[in-house]
Design a protein around this ligand. Structure first.
Ligand code: ZN
Length: 241
C-alpha cells in the first residue's frame, strides 16, 4: 500500500508546514454543506486529528451540498457518518465524531483542548456561544456561512481581532435557506485554506478580515471588521490588531 502521509507531505511542502498540520487537532462544528468540504479538505491536506460535531441526521433535502453522505446514510447521525467517510478518505487522519448540540452551557467544554475551531452552522445563538467560549479559552476560530449565491468566511483570533459578536451585530438569520452545493464548496475551500495557513505557520494576516464571495456575480471582497466599542467579548477597542 502506498504511503499516503508521505504523498501529502510532498504535495504540501511548498505551501504549508506539513509537520505542524500533522500535529494539529481541529474541531469542526456543523457538518452541513460547508462542513463536509472543510472535513475533506483538512483531512486531505494532512491535518492529524479532526473532531466532527453535529447532533443532526443526514436528510435527503441536504444531499445537494452534503456530498460525503449518500442515500444509504439517510437518518444516520451526520457526525458518525462523516467520521466514517473521512476515515476512509484519509486513513492517516484521526477522526472523532461528537454527537452533541452545542450551546452556551457546553460550548466551553466542547471546544477545550483544540488548536482551532471551524464553525460551519447557520444558527446565530450557537455561533455566539462558540465565539464566547473561544474568547475565554483563547482558541482561534474560523466562522463560515452561505446564503443563496453568497458566502463568507471570517477568522477570529482572540486578543487580536474583532470577535463574531462584533461581526454579527444586528445580523438576523437568513430567511432564505436555499443553498447551492457549489457555493458551499467555494466557501469551504476559502475557510480551509485559512485554516491550513493558521495551523501550519501561525499566520495572522487574515485575522479580522471578512472574505465575502458572490458566486453569481463573480466577485470576492475583503472587509476589515472593527471591534465594537464596549463589546464584552473582545474588549471594546475600536482598533483591530
Ligand atoms: Zn467583539
Amino acid at each position: 500500500m502506498c504511503d499516503i502521509a508521505a504523498l501529502k507531505d510532498e504535495q504540501n511542502s511548498c505551501l504549508f508546514n506539513t509537520r505542524r498540520l500533522r500535529l494539529s487537532n481541529v474541531l469542526l462544528i456543523g457538518v452541513g454543506g460547508i462542513g463536509c468540504g472543510i472535513a475533506v479538505h483538512l483531512a486531505g491536506a494532512g491535518v492529524g486529528s479532526i473532531s466532527v460535531c453535529d447532533f443532526d441526521v443526514a436528510a435527503a433535502e441536504n444531499l445537494n451540498r452534503q456530498f460525503i453522505f449518500t442515500t444509504a446514510d439517510l437518518g444516520a447521525r451526520k457526525a458518525e457518518a462523516a467520521a466514517r467517510f473521512v476515515s476512509g478518505y484519509a486513513p492517516d487522519c484521526r477522526v472523532t465524531p461528537i454527537v452533541q448540540k452545542v450551546s452556551g452551557q457546553n460550548a466551553a467544554d466542547i471546544i477545550s483542548g483544540y488548536d482551532l475551531v471551524m464553525l460551519a452552522c447557520d444558527n446565530i445563538p450557537t455561533r455566539l456561544a462558540v465565539n464566547e467560549a473561544c474568547s475565554m479559552r483563547c482558541i482561534n476560530l474560523i466562522d463560515s456561512g452561505i446564503s443563496g449565491g453568497c458566502g463568507s468566511s471570517y477568522l477570529y483570533i482572540p486578543g487580536k481581532s474583532a470577535c463574531l459578536a462584533c461581526l454579527m451585530d444586528g445580523t438576523a438569520e437568513s430567511a432564505d435557506k436555499r443553498t447551492v452545493g457549489a457555493v458551499a464548496g467555494i466557501v469551504a475551500g476559502i475557510a480551509s485554506v485559512t485554516a491550513l495557513e493558521i495551523l501550519s505557520s501561525k499566520s495572522h494576516k487574515k485575522a479580522g478580515k471578512l472574505i465575502l464571495t458572490d458566486a453569481l456575480n463573480n466577485t470576492t471582497d475583503e472587509l476589515n471588521i472593527k471591534k465594537l466599542k464596549g463589546c464584552r467579548i473582545c474588549g471594546g477597542d475600536l482598533n483591530v490588531g
